[in-house]
Ligand binder design. Structure first.
Ligand SMILES: Nc1ncnc2c1ncn2[C@@H]1O[C@H](COP(=O)(O)OP(=O)(O)OP(=O)(O)O)[C@@H](O)[C@H]1O
Ligand SMILES: [Mg+2]
Length: 239
């Protein structure tokens, strides 16, 4: 589903060059749930933004569902992103002037979906995250956990095959974090491939596979035998 080979990203300004990703190899198979951990500044968000086609990269190869992303123009990239990928941002990125219904509607409108289908999808997605009765509310009227649920609903309304989540439980208390994670597990159980960045080792341990990014490079984390059993067929380091 997601194949990255020696992906590099350099941010250049007049004064400094930052090597956000050095040579990142990562392969995620269809249906997997991968948690990505790593120190602050190690390149996790950069990796997710590239995976989600929000940013370009400066070296290496990225195939998304077999499509070589590098060769695509802006329109083709946007189209691919919109059709295949749901993104939960670090911070919720909800639009304060729009109610919940209209927030979830944004990516669907962008796809040019008919209004009747959009309405069904929005109601279903907000219902799934337990906010079906609050569709006319505005983000400021919600708790942090509820706002995060809206962000999840927005990412899911388009039925993405790949869900990318950047600290989806950051800023939430531990009980709220667990319920958001349960929601993500349900989504994975329904077949969506998930890549989730998290600082929380307890949440990471619930994914099928853990990848650690340090200094712009990724390695698989070898886990305790009990936890590793489910992923025993996978190599200890990403190929
Ligand atoms: N737009 C940008 N311009 C210049 N440098 C950037 C930019 N975005 C990120 N960087 C740099 O790239 C490196 C990786 O940043 P990134 O945001 O990917 O880290 P992260 O692992 O997500 O950190 P955190 O856990 O704090 O969210 C950092 O050194 C950061 O300063
Ligand atoms: Mg980050």
């Amino acid at each position: 589903m997601l194949d990255m080979r020696q992906v590099a990203k350099v941010y250049r300004t007049e004064l400094v060059e930052t090597h956000a990703l050095r040579s990142l190899d990562l392969h995620v198979r269809e249906g997997e749930f991968v948690a990505v951990t790593g120190p602050s500044g190690s390149g996790k968000t950069t990796f997710l933004n590239i995976a989600g086609l929000l940013e370009t990269f400066t070296g290496g190869e990225y195939l998304l569902d077999g499509v070589d992303v590098k060769g695509l123009g802006d329109n083709a990239r946007s189209k691919l992103r919109n059709e295949k990928i749901g993104f939960i941002f670090q911070g919720f990125n909800l639009i304060p002037d729009l109610n919940l219904f209209d927030n979830v509607d944004v990516p669907l409108r962008y796809r040019g979906m008919p209004a009747s289908e959009r309405k069904l999808r929005i109601e279903e997605a907000l219902g799934m995250v337990g906010l079906g009765s609050r569709m006319k509310h505005y983000p400021a009227e919600l708790s942090g956990g509820q706002q995060q649920r809206v962000a999840i609903a927005r990412a899911l309304a388009g039925s993405p095959r790949l869900l990318l989540a950047d600290e989806p439980t950051g800023n939430l208390d531990s009980q709220m974090a667990r319920s958001v994670l349960e929601l993500i597990e349900d989504i994975n159980a329904q077949g969506t491939t998930i890549v989730m960045v998290t600082h929380d080792p307890e949440l990471a341990a619930r994914a099928q596979r853990n990848v650690h990014i340090v200094d712009g490079m990724a390695t698989d984390v070898v886990r305790e035998p009990r936890l590793a059993a489910a992923g025993a067929d996978r190599p200890a380091t990403s190929a």
